[in-house]
Design a protein around this ligand. Sequence first.
Ligand code: ATP
Ligand code: MG
Length: 367
Amino acid sequence: MDRNLSTVFDADHDDLVEHFERATYRGREYFYLPDERHGVERGTVVAGCAVVRGFPSIPRVLVLEPGVPDFFDGPVTVEEKLNGYNVRIARVDGDVLAFTRSGYVCPFTTSLAADYPLDSFFDEYPDTVVCGELIGPENPYTTHDYAEVDEAALRVFDLRDRESGEPMAVERRRERCDAYDLSTVPAFGTHEPDAAVDAIREAIADLDEQGREGVVVKSEDGERALKYTTSAIHRADLAHAFDKPFDYGQQFMFARVIREAFQSVEFGEDEATARERAREMGESVLLPAIESIRAVEDGSTIGDTHTVRGDPATIESLLNRFRAVGLHLDIEEDTYEDDERVVRFTKVADASRDKINHLLSGGTIDE
Ligand code: ATP
Ligand code: MG
């Protein structure tokens, strides 16, 4: 690592360096931090002379009142929380690279980034990291669909100093993105903290109806942020987890049960509405699990299915990476359309399949 990290982080240099993992992208060496250490964010990257800080974790509130007014002491902007995957895009030694949350250079996302007018942006702001959510169909990580998005698309929610991780003020950031034709996440206005509670409730009701994820509430300087999510996404997450019930921890379920319970209380639901919420939540857990047990019984593959398209070398390197980290891929379609390679594959949920097979054949469980 040719960068002395003690000039960047307030942490013991030797100890921190030890925790970075080495990786390469097109022959270029870089280092990433797979877990948070000494207050340095997970996903922090050192590549040549550049340091790109990891994207910080955003705390969650379970009740908007008094959660929001207690957390902020000035006006807040309410932004939509989009459900895709987190990407950070920076220009390192002349190349625009896209990093995943864990700090790995994703060849697929890096290739998508080339479709955005980022070169002129980085000419002007070389030390900025563009942080956004990659949403839409045909991506290798998430399966949530947005009616208005018909291909993988970037929505920017932060411009940060890549070395210090300092965010830009929200309004300035939105203006700067507009100036460079970078699409930003939708927003629901700026409000005083007390008034924000009602604005968020309205936004959440609307988003819930459309099956969308939720909001991230931010202080004007961008320094403080809170997230809050819809019942629709709690159910969608549960359904997504329970169609491979043994691949996700029980923690995952517990967190969502608790979010639903607090939301029901805060929304002042009557008995019938709470009962309806309970029924819908039960269905989103149980029905996908039942369907998956049937699928395994029939010998079908279970897991998440994705389609990706791109230049053949990019797609090859993405699939190689997935296999290298131990994912078991079932390739369902592998074709060429013009110069692009199009692959539909399932990330096979081996743990769930094996456990379901074991139980279906009368195996025992220790509980
Ligand atoms: P963590 O708890 O570490 O943040 P996570 O991936 O589980 O991890 P999420 O619950 O998905 O976190 O919420 C945070 C993520 O939401 C961000 O990392 C970012 O990718 C995404 N996001 C979507 N829209 C926004 C937005 N408007 N502002 C900030 N983040 C957003
Ligand atoms: Mg997310």
